[in-house]
Each structure stands twice: as C-alpha cells, then as structure tokens.
Design a protein around this ligand. Structure first.
Ligand SMILES: CC(=O)N[C@H]1[C@@H](OP(=O)(O)OP(=O)(O)OC[C@H]2O[C@@H](n3ccc(=O)[nH]c3=O)[C@H](O)[C@@H]2O)O[C@H](CO)[C@@H](O)[C@@H]1O
Length: 375
C-alpha cells in the first residue's frame, strides 16, 4: 500500500481533479489525504465525498498590494510548518500538487524531507506556483502540447485533466429530470467556474426575455455568494412557460452540463474537461483577469480543436445573437460533438495513478538500497 498526500484546495479547478485521483487511489487500496483550504467553495465541493480524508490547511493567494503580500508570506510560513508536521506524522511515499497557493508549503516541506514531488498543471499557460515548484518535481503532468521551460522531457507526462468519475455524459431528458426542470424546446446552461461569473449572471437576467422568445430555457450556476438564486418565468411562443433557473452551487455538474443543448462557460481547465466529457458544445468567455490570461489560452486551444467557440468578454454584447444562431445550427453542433468525443482523455485519473504508484515503488527501492549494508 502506498501513501500519498494531495494538495488541491483553493478553487474547484484544483480540488476536483484531486478528488478524481484520490478516488482511484482509494479504490485500489492506497491511502490518501487531500489538503484543502478554508474557502467556502472547498467546503461546498467536498461535502459529498465523506469517504475521502480532507485536511484544511492555512494559505492564501499571492496577490494585491504590500499588505496582502506580507499576509501571503505569513500564511506560506504557516502552511510550510503545518505541512512539515503532517509529513512527519503520515510519512507519505509521495506528494501530488495541483498548483495554487496550497502547493507551495507542502512542496517545499516535502523537498526538504526528500519525499518525491509530482505536479499537475491544468492550464495551457502554467501558473505561478507551478513555475516555482517545477524545480522540485520528479514528475510534471501537463496539458497536451504545453511545455514548461527548465523541466527535462523525461519528467513530463501528458495524461490530461482527471475528471471526477460521477461526471459523465447523460441523456438530456434524464439530466432534466434529475435537475427538476422542464425544457419545452432548447436549454442553455451557464457555468461561471467554481466561483461563478457576475458578468455572465447579469447577461442572463438582462437577456432572458429575448432568449425565451426564441424558445431557449436557461440553467445558470451563479456561484456561491451571488445572491441571484431562484426561477425567472417568461411566456414563449404558443403560450408555453419558459424558465431560467439560477442556482448558487451544484453538486451535479455532470447532469448540469449534459442537460445543455449549448453551454456558455468561463474557460477554466476543469469546466472545459467536463464540457468535453459531457459532449457539450460551448461558447467560452475567458475570465479576462485570470493570471497570465491563462483562460484565453485554454479557450483558444478548445476552439482550435473545433470543439467550441471563443467569445472575449469585451464582445459580450454579441453573445445573445451568437447563442441564438448556434443553438439552432444542428450541423455545427454535431461537428462540435464529434470533435469533443475525440478530445476526451477518459483514462486520465487511472494513468496518473499508475504513474504515481510506479514513482512510489521506485522511491521505496531507492530507500531500501540506501539502507542496505555495504558488504
Ligand atoms: C478565475 C480563475 O482563475 N479560475 C481558475 C480556477 O478555476 P475554477 O475553479 O473557477 O474553475 P474550473 O472551471 O477549472 O473548475 C471548476 C470545478 O468546480 C466544479 N463546480 C463548479 C461549480 C459548482 O457549482 N459545482 C462544482 O462542482 C466544476 O464541476 C469543476 O470541476 O482553476 C482552474 C484550474 O487551474 C483554472 O483553469 C481557472 O482559470
């Protein structure tokens, strides 16, 4: 049995793939602890995974002015010492880091203790934490076609983004039923990533009347803390009731995405991987302030694969026309779906787990050789 600690909290895009890998490790009889943050989104996401072992760790993102940077350094120190204690108590064979602020403290503490570090980068433009930790890593998992300067090719693997196993393609009618919605004609789903996207939420409330006239119902995941939950009603053609359902958070993202004829989403790596898994044609509106504009790079790669459309937020006034046009273009939607099928890396979690376990075995052999008396 191997023991692995996974740092994956801070945002859904890091936490969800950590859960995906942990579930495969646990199914195969290995021990796994997931380090998460104190943020509300982490607590909401882990709620239904009581069979996994989560530990909350201090930590905050590197951002803002002088005071926030000082606070970041203080929390990095706290996270480092908490990680050291955890490594001493649990004696893991390896740590797996998904980037973000929680990865730094655990990565540094593991390096000092001589524990191998594996690193997963989800985005087409690698993040700050990954650029710092890459030098400590024995293994780096990257999205297809992405390079990371300074990392030798033999350390890199292209295994894709681990999607949680419950996120799978479902029939639209089944997904509508499980979500408790009636869809008389077409359904547009809006996903703003794990934090929600105010500009997309506002676009829904401002444009729902026009969408309803075109026979388009809406299901929008607004994000925690965005108060606009509830159901809006409009009368569509023939007097039918067309609804826009707004929910702050969903524990059924597989159904939410599968339910859609078309998705409008931010371009987080996790959302894109799930859109691929659920075969949903999409319009991606990258968050314009994401670090190093990485969502733009993610969306561009998706569009270049012929799997969806990129619409910059600066052109949000074109979104309604784009949605109405694409929603009824069956030929293009079918083309996107067949390209989505081709892009699916359905074995990602399993391949990462196989590789992690091989690294653990190699480390055990190396440790045993070190202990063997010289004859
Ligand atoms: C603003 C920002 O910088 N966001 C980054 C953050 O993504 P962020 O966490 O916003 O979003 P992602 O799209 O990557 O993933 C969201 C995850 O949360 C889950 N979810 C979301 C909403 C909900 O109600 N329920 C739920 O379970 C989704 O199913 C998915 O698994 O990390 C990603 C991975 O590094 C990056 O690609 C994103 O750019």
């Amino acid at each position: 049995m191997s023991k692995i600690i996974i740092a994956c909290g801070g945002t859904g895009g890091h936490l969800a793939p950590g859960i995906a890998v942990a579930e495969v490790l646990q199914e195969r009889g290995h021990q796994c602890t997931l380090l998460i943050s104190h943020k509300q989104v982490d607590s909401a996401l882990v709620e239904k995974y009581s069979h996994l072992d989560f530990v909350k760790s201090p930590g905050r993102a590197f951002a803002g002015g002088l005071l926030q940077r000082i606070a970041f350094l203080v929390s990095l120190g706290q996270s480092f010492f908490a990680s050291r204690r955890m490594l001493r108590d649990q004696q893991p064979d390896l740590v797996l880091l998904f980037g973000g602020f929680l990865s730094l403290g655990l990565g540094l503490a593991a390096q000092i203790k001589g524990i191998p570090v594996a690193l997963h980068e989800a985005n087409c433009e690698p993040g700050k934490a990954v650029r710092v930790i890459k030098h400590l890593a024995t293994r780096v998992y990257l999205p297809d076609g992405v390079r990371l300067r300074g990392v030798p090719p033999e350390c890199i693997r292209y295994f894709g983004y681990p999607v949680r196993k419950e996120i799978k393609h479902a029939l639209k009618a089944d997904a509508w039923k499980r979500l408790g919605i009636q869809v008389p004609n077409k359904l547009l789903v809006i996903v703003g990533g794990s934090q929600g996207a105010n500009s997309l939420n506002n676009w829904v409330t401002q444009n729902f009347a026009v969408l309803a006239k075109a026979g388009i119902s809406v299901y929008c995941v607004t994000g925690l803390g965005n108060s606009s939950a509830g159901t809006l009603h409009e009368i569509g053609k023939g007097g039918v009731d067309i609804t826009a359902t707004l929910v702050p958070f969903s524990g059924q993202m597989g159904d939410v995405i599968s339910a859609a004829d078309l998705v409008v989403s931010r371009a987080g790596a996790g959302s894109i991987a799930e859109i691929i898994r659920c075969r949903a044609p999409s319009i991606l509106v990258p968050y314009p302030f994401a670090a190093d504009d990485h969502q733009q790079a993610n969306a561009l790669a998706h569009e270049q694969h012929g799997a969806g459309v990129l619409l910059p937020q600066s052109r949000l006034d074109e979104l309604t026309a784009e949605v109405i046009e694409l929603m009824f273009n069956d030929w293009l939607l079918a083309k996107f779906k067949s390209n989505l099928e081709r892009l699916d890396r359905f074995e990602s979690s399993e391949r990462i787990v196989d590789d992690l376990l091989a690294l653990c075995d190699a480390q055990r052999i190396a440790n045993a050789e070190k202990l063997e008396p010289v004859t």
